[in-house]
Design a protein around this ligand. Structure first.
Ligand code: GLY
Length: 345
């Protein structure tokens, strides 16, 4: 087991990678704990949950809305949860986003911790404190940044993930490797069979590397004023693809990584060889979807992105495997690139 600490002003968050999910002793208060999960996780693991009240949500992105926060807050009030209460989220990115947001706003903030059950949430979504819900067609537009007290990342939970959910998480793992850890990238390149076989020791190692990198970034820039923006690599186009095509987050991000890599190559930030290495790694895991979003549709979607300020957007480029930079570029330049990319196809 590896313990990674994310230290932010006045807060310490412990990420326990390789820990068994049931190992909760000492992490929870004696009273006032409520579990938030979803129906899939509840069905698989509910019989082994600690004997605590459980609020179970419909699985999927559709639950990330304010009505659900309101409903859950009412249930907490009914259960007599006060300011000393504690929310234990057991699930993937959606559950952690909802539970973290609820914990941040319920009675102006109560304690929370996560058991992170998907690869996507272990390598990215559940660490770093971002939480929130969607509003209409815009993702994560209402939310806060507030660290959970702990996150348990148990590789055994990844064994029960449906194939597509597992692969979706690999895209975020590859993202981290491209922006910050060349060794991680090479490790993924050389471990295709073991990754597909979900070897627990290897997954612990890869998740720990990813969390370690993210932890350094978040420790330096929790509120995303600068460095943290690089974690959005692939997400400008990725969010657009996700909204338009309703594919799983990681697959949308993989398409976004392909586009951001091509854009980086066009700007001569990376060599042809590096570009091909990144795209062929995504391809090997079958992550890149066929892009059939028109230029006009893409323009509408990108203009809604919350990384946009006025007519510019913070766009993340790779500067070689293991290095990234966020630059403020005109939205028109991003859309111009997209048009050129589509014309070439
Ligand atoms: N998922 C990007 C971040 O946590 O900043």
């Amino acid at each position: 087991m590896e313990k990674i600490i994310i230290n932010t002003p006045g807060f310490r968050s412990e990420i326990l990678v390789g820990e068994r999910w049931e190992a909760l002793s000492g992490l929870l208060p004696e009273k006032g704990v409520v579990i938030i999960t979803d129906d899939n996780v509840n069905q698989l693991y509910g019989s082994r949950f600690p004997k605590l009240p459980v609020l179970s949500l419909s699985p999927g992105e559709g639950s990330k809305k304010l009505e659900v926060i309101e409903y859950l807050a009412e249930q907490l009030l009914k259960a007599g949860i006060d300011r000393s209460g504690f929310i234990l989220a057991i699930g993937g990115g959606v559950v952690c986003d909802i539970a973290g947001f609820l914990a941040a706003v319920y009675m102006r903030g109560i304690r929370c911790g996560y058991i992170s059950s998907t690869l996507l949430s272990q390598v990215d979504a559940s660490t770093g404190g971002k939480n929130g819900v969607n509003l209409g067609g815009t993702k994560n537009i209402l939310g806060t940044i507030r660290q959970p007290e702990f996150v348990i990342c148990d590789p055994e939970m990844l064994q029960t993930l449906p194939e597509q959910e597992y692969l979706s998480g690999l895209a975020e793992l590859i993202k981290t490797a491209v922006i910050g850890d060349k060794e991680l990238f090479e490790h993924i390149e050389s471990s295709f069979d073991e990754i597909m076989a979900r070897k627990s020791d290897l997954l612990t190692l890869l998740v720990a590397k990813s969390v370690r990198f993210k932890g350094l970034v978040v420790t330096e820039d929790e509120k995303e004023k600068g460095l943290r923006r690089i974690l959005n690599f692939g997400h400008t186009f990725g969010h657009a693809v996700e909204l338009q095509k309703a594919v799983k987050h990681g697959f949308a991000v993989a398409s976004g990584i392909e586009l951001a890599t091509e854009f980086s190559f066009e700007k001569r930030y990376i060599s042809l060889e590096e570009k091909e290495r990144i795209i062929s790694l995504l391809d090997r895991f079958n992550l890149i979807d066929r892009l059939d979003i028109s230029n006009d549709q893409m323009a509408k979607l990108v203009r809604h992105d919350k990384k946009k300020t006025g007519t510019d957007i913070h766009f993340v480029f790779t500067q070689g495997i293991g290095k990234a930079i966020s630059e403020k570029v005109p939205v028109d330049d991003v859309l111009g690139f997209y048009k050129r990319f589509r014309d070439k196809k």
